[in-house]
Write a protein that binds this ligand. Structure first.
Ligand SMILES: [Zn+2]
Length: 327
């Protein structure tokens, strides 16, 4: 199913552009490339939800394009077409497969073996590793030699939410580029048409601490009907009409981050008194406030790229929500 997020990213890719708030970083890299100073090891860092992968994909295509023009891929050559269809033979993408959280050493070795051969299309080769911290130590060690002595026109694009989790030896062999949280003005014109207007966009950016793709993902999962089902589910849990594991069933298919954000709003609404469950005695708020601060910590971890087991975490959250707010 094509979500709004994939459509939006797809549009950016078709136009061979980075996302609007990435323009200055893009320009910096293109300038380095055009003057022959782009390093072979590029480490792209920033919180999850800022569009790092989208940026790395646009950069891959730019590096592989046969006729780049004015600092962007042409979008028309054979290399561009193959990039856009995800079948360019000199573009390698390494990410954890299916439910695994690590990049398998065998997958990495196969790629490192392949890049010993001559490039098949335009001469350049790009190896994108995302998230780079999902390499274990043996994978990172296997990569080191290639970062030290990359073949001509070979680029390693390491995308990382948590660069501190990468071995220092890998970090020191790459140039680091940071995607920071963009200013709201740079994001709103892009986000508002995708999420139902400026007010919704501002609200989503506040909830996701300014991360545009996280905001879009929440908007995508939060159609009015789904939201209603979710809030009714929380209500039913508190009144004992459903069990915590039944609530987990209702949450299936939603990202952990979107559930955590909705729970934060729900607990906030209870504590601020806009819902009737809690009376005026402040001591009765204590469990809710403790749970709220736990949710905030979890939100920071998840938005920072950590990936706890979703089912176990949702079970735990459902039990804790009932304990914190239930009567
Ligand atoms: Zn092209």
């Amino acid at each position: 199913m094509a979500t709004r997020e994939t459509v939006a990213i797809g549009e950016a890719r078709r136009m061979q552009l980075a996302l609007p708030w990435q323009a200055s970083l893009w320009q910096q890299i293109v300038t380095q490339h055009d003057s022959g100073r782009l390093p072979h090891g590029v480490l792209l860092v920033g919180d999850a939800g800022l569009g790092k992968r989208c940026f790395a994909e646009a950069l891959s295509q730019f590096l592989l394009c046969q006729y780049p023009d004015s600092g962007a891929a042409c979008g028309k050559c054979k290399a561009c077409e193959l990039c856009m269809s995800g079948t360019h033979p000199d573009l390698y993408t390494l990410s954890p497969q299916e439910k695994s959280v690590v990049i398998k050493i065998d997958d990495l070795r196969a790629v490192l073996q392949s890049i010993q051969q001559t490039a098949q299309i335009s001469g350049a080769r790009v190896i994108m590793i995302e998230p780079a911290e999902s390499m274990n130590l043996s994978s990172a060690n296997a990569l080191l030699k290639h970062l030290e002595e990359p073949g001509a026109d070979t680029y390693f694009l390491l995308v990382s939410h948590r660069p501190g989790a990468l071995p220092a030896t890998v970090r020191s062999r790459c140039q680091r580029y940071t995607l920071g949280t963009p200013a709201q003005e740079e994001v709103i014109p892009w986000l508002a048409p995708l999420c139902g207007g400026k007010t919704a966009a501002v609200d989503l950016l506040r909830l996701t601490r300014g991360r545009p793709l996280a905001a879009l993902a929440i908007a995508e999962q939060g159609g009015a009907e789904t939201e209603q089902v979710l809030l009714e589910g929380f209500d039913k849990l508190l009144t004992g009409d459903i069990t915590p594991s039944q609530l987990v069933g209702l949450l299936k298919g939603r990202s952990l981050e979107s559930v955590v954000i909705r729970m934060l709003q729900y607990v906030e609404a209870h504590v601020s008194g806009s819902l009737p469950q809690i009376d005026g005695d402040p001591s009765k708020h204590a469990p809710a406030l403790q749970f709220y601060s736990r949710l905030e910590q979890l939100h920071r971890r998840v938005s920072g790229g950590q990936n706890p087991n979703a089912t176990l975490t949702l079970e735990d959250l459902s039990i804790s929500l009932k304990e914190a707010l239930g009567r």
